[in-house]
Unconditional design. Structure first.
Length: 346
């Protein structure tokens, strides 16, 4: 949602927003391995409602040639500096030419912060970490920066305001003839699996009005376990609101889809993905009422990506990074020892 907020601000500065998305190769070269593949990222960015067009395979260093190629007047970036692998400002050329604008970075979130939460699974309101999980034995390494203290202590400092919600919300009421579709879930770490699902749901009607019900953190923790959700309810709200397929969000929706909820929002159709539906606290089916009314439908997104799989990708990247560093250090040490022996012989 930090990226979405940047794109929202950028779109407000002009009339048409083109978003350049880097390839996996470019990101790996300058920043390290990406969590999502380039194809996933192209689709994710295109699904954000303020984006008019994407420029796939955009170069890491933005040049005047790139701006002219897409007929852009200027480019926009957040107020955090980005550098190439050799320490150069990636926007130097366009800044010098006066074709650069800046927007405010969203406080309280960054990719690094979210990665930290995933690696440590630390959330203040959850405590039942499964001690047998593979990453528990790595938490000492994951949790400490070069100075030996945790860079992720006190994560999730995002503070929600009504203004932020207003900025993200579409503000559109359902119109006569709209098909009001209700979907519910955690929508944690809003990702391509969620986008694919919402896109499929959107295609079910000629004039869809999709309402997404987001469960409170404690409810998500009840049915997901471990230390989920990684993102709190406020962060998840903004992430889902930024999606072009969603018209409205119910913050803290009840787990059971009740008659009151269906009647209040005049719901025509209730959809759920192919993931398991955990029974309610009393053992009942949370979709009993829409099924009784004959308005329940399972929708196959065609994507197998889940929040769990993203966490696994993060851990794999981190372990590969550590292994690569250890190899590099061992090689350097071997070279130093060989040089030392050579000196001793001399």
């Amino acid at each position: 949602y930090g990226h979405s907020n940047q794109l929202r601000q950028a779109r407000a500065m002009g009339d048409y927003l083109i978003v350049g998305v880097h390839t996996d190769e470019e990101i790996a070269k300058h920043k390290g391995p990406p969590v999502f593949t380039q194809e996933e990222r192209y689709k994710m960015v295109q699904a954000i409602k303020w984006v008019d067009e994407i420029a796939p395979g955009a170069p890491y260093v933005t040049t005047l040639e790139t701006l002219d190629k897409y007929n852009c007047d200027f480019c926009v970036h957040g107020d955090d500096i980005t550098l190439t692998v050799d320490g150069k400002d990636t926007y130097e050329e366009v800044k010098t030419a006066g074709r650069y604008r800046e927007c405010k970075r969203t406080q309280g979130v960054s990719t690094t912060d979210l990665v930290g939460r995933m690696l440590l699974m630390t959330k203040a309101h959850h405590s039942n970490i499964d001690e047998d999980l593979d990453y528990r034995k790595h938490t000492d390494n994951f949790g400490k920066g070069p100075k030996g203290h945790s860079p992720w202590t006190g994560v999730s400092q995002f503070l929600q305001t009504s203004q932020k919600i207003i900025q993200f919300a579409s503000g559109k009421e359902p119109q006569p003839g709209d098909t009001i579709i209700y979907v519910a879930g955690a929508f944690d770490l809003f990702h391509i699996g969620h986008v694919d699902f919402l896109e499929k749901v959107h295609q079910l009607a000629e004039k869809p009005y999709i309402i997404a019900g987001l469960h409170f953190d404690q409810e998500v923790n009840r049915y997901k376990g471990k230390n989920y959700p990684i993102m709190n309810i406020h962060e998840r709200t903004l992430s889902v609101l930024a999606c072009r397929y969603v018209s409205e969000v119910v913050i803290g929706a009840p787990y059971a889809v009740t008659a009151d909820l269906l009647d209040h929002f005049r719901v025509t159709l209730v959809c759920h993905g192919m993931t398991e539906v955990v029974p309610d606290k009393d053992g009942s089916d949370p979709y009993e009422e829409p099924k009784k009314r004959g308005i329940f439908q399972l929708v196959d997104s065609g994507s197998n990506l889940t929040t769990d799989l993203i966490v696994q990708r993060i851990i794999k990247n981190r372990l590969e990074f550590e292994a690569r560093n250890q190899k590099k250090e061992a090689k350097e040490l071997a070279v130093l020892e060989a040089m030392k022996r050579l000196d001793e012989k001399r």
